[in-house]
Write a protein that binds this ligand. Sequence first.
Ligand code: 1GP
Length: 238
Amino acid sequence: MILENIKYGRIRHLTLLDPEKSGPDRIEGLIEFIERSGSDAIMVGGSTNTGSKLVDDVVVSIKRLTKKPVILFPSSPEALSAHADAIFFLSLLNSESLNYVVGYQVQSARLLKRSMMEIISVAYLVFEPGMTVGRVGKAKLIGRDDVSKALDYASAAELMGFQAIYLEAGSGAPKSIDPDLVKAVCDDVTIPVIVGGGIREPYTAKKMLFAGAAAVVTGTIAESDPSALGKIVSAIKS
Ligand code: 1GP
């Protein structure tokens, strides 16, 4: 089970691939790098308005090239593929739009229940600067060091029964979330905490793990500098 593997430290680094940027021509090279880096799992998603055909094609290609688990990270109820192993069933709790909190989930829930995928309910909290997901998801951004607000949301997420919390600074963020805030959240909740957005340096990734994060996600680095991915994964696992 993927959630169990995240919880017990068997999945500590996840690579996010955006289907729009990881088309069939690039996917083979990217998977080769991911394999060599030692990253534990692959997330697919990220861009806005990605159609299900493209997501499905990318997931099928990835499954053909690697045995690593593939987890959907959908930006919309259309960005799904039954060929993935699991889905982060996200609720963007600090969105001002009900669609991102529960509306899109209502649209896809029955379909997902009939799939073979592991469904992992994740409270998705978007922090400053938020980048595209902050804008598109109409997030009321949480300050990257606003511990009190982060604890309010994280505690609510835990009491509402989410299986994990994802602290997101936004893909391509110039700065990650403050590791001290990550520590405060991890100390306060019993569910696994996943951190992503703006993590490009091995020491930043390591700090997140020291802070108590169960897993770290990197996306941009795999697309812009795949060789740096190995250094991040090694730092996490050292
Ligand atoms: C986005 O947190 C991920 O959801 C990855 O962010 O692209 O900045 O690594 P980066």
